[in-house]
Design a protein around this ligand. Structure first.
Ligand code: BMA
Length: 366
């Protein structure tokens, strides 16, 4: 047996209580037992290793799309990622597929499949610009966030879109009637300014209000199967990381996104180690699990990246999971996990065999 089976503690239903941002202190946020169990997985994982995740892992890969049960990671190592990510971008405008042309019906089925296999699901959200109608990267207007907050001219339009997201998450129910728990990662990489919610596009207070408005609306919509992941861009200081932090009552997990850019592996190591060092401290101080919510090295041209770059960094810190980005089927060389025959595939097998890396077979929910 390559690794001891990974027994997950099962928690009774727990209730996280928090004052809503409106100060209405009888607003209880409740979590389903299954969502509390995922939180327990995130808390307990670092004592055994870290969960490996892959974005869009089971909906498409290099040379394939919409093949039930398929995954590039599984094609290489025979096992699914423990964590699978999907993106909700354009759900808010009523589209049937997301910004990467993944149908929301297919996404819903794959979310349920990943949960039914015993895995964890995370959802990011590259929301379209609610003021200009552009995409998430449309940053020409610095009034967007202000316009969708309570009192703003686009507030009701934004709430209508946010409700579509809440309804989708509420609809993630297995055939047995279990609501699938998801890690929801809104308003990410906001310490950069490439998204309309970035730091140069809104004030600190407006960003926090945006997060809390999202949180409050989900409570009003009865969403009880979400854990909130806060994930700035890596490379910022601990002070910058916390500057826009919405508060302990509105966040369940501390993450960050950072990629190796080009061949400068030392620069990647330096930023990853610097960020994980302060994130470990923040996680302990705030009582939150930590994760690398997005990372990778595009096209993984380094044949030993997995065991000589990624693993030696991550295994030094109490990280719950690491998610590498998607294997685009429509963009040449825009992939972050190996596929059979890819130059890093052999090294990925060694990464998979390492005791500290936890894939689906390592999550035993008995
Ligand atoms: C980016 C790229 C884009 C994609 C977006 C959301 O990193 O992969 O092609 O649309 O993420 O998935």
């Amino acid at each position: 047996m390559k690794k001891k089976s990974y027994i997950m503690a099962i928690l009774a239903t727990s209730v996280l209580t928090a004052c809503s941002s409106s100060g209405n202190d009888n607003t209880l946020r409740t979590l389903t037992a299954e969502t509390s169990q995922v939180y327990s997985i995130l808390e307990k994982t670092p004592s055994d290793g870290f969960l490996f995740g892959h974005q869009d892992a089971t909906v498409y890969g290099i040379g394939w799309e919409n093949k039930e049960g398929e995954s590039d990671v599984k094609r290489v190592c025979g096992d699914y990622p423990a964590v699978v990510g999907f993106d909700l971008g354009e759900l808010e405008v009523g589209n049937l597929s997301n910004l990467d042309k993944v149908s929301f019906d297919k996404m819903k089925q794959e979310i349920i499949n990943q949960y039914s296999r015993g895995g964890v699901v995370t959802l990011s959200w590259h929301a379209r610009n609610p003021l200009t109608g552009g995409d998430a990267w449309d940053v020409k207007d610095t009034t967007v966030v202000k316009s969708i907050l309570p009192g703003g001219k686009n507030h009701q339009k934004f709430i209508t879109g946010l409700d579509k997201v809440a309804d989708f998450i509420n609809s993630l129910v297995t055939a047995e009637g279990v609501k699938v728990p998801v890690i929801f990662r809104p308003w990410h990489e906001h310490t950069g300014s490439w998204f309309w919610w970035g730091k140069d596009l809104c004030s600190v207070d407006d960003y926090k209000q945006l997060w809390r408005m999202t949180y409050d609306r989900f409570i009003e919509k009865g969403v009880d199967n979400v854990l909130y992941a806060y994930s700035p861009g890596g490379g910022c200081s601990s002070e910058e990381y916390m500057e826009r932090y919405p508060g302990d009552d509105f966040v369940d997990l501390l993450g960050f996104d950072y990629y190796q850019l080009g061949t400068d592996v030392e620069a990647y190591r330096e930023v990853m180690n610097k960020t994980l060092t302060y994130l470990t401290k923040l996680g302990r101080e705030h009582g939150k699990p930590i994760a690398v919510t997005e990372t990778g090295y595009e096209a993984v041209p380094d044949s030993i990246w997995w065991t000589q770059t990624l693993l030696p960094i991550i295994e030094k810190y109490p990280v719950s999971y690491v998610l590498v980005w998607r294997n685009a089927r429509e963009k040449v060389n825009h992939y972050y996990a190996p596929y059979p025959g890819q130059v890093s595939a052999d090294d990925f097998m060694k990464f998979y065999a390492n005791e500290r890396t936890l894939f689906l077979n390592d999550i035993n929910k008995k």
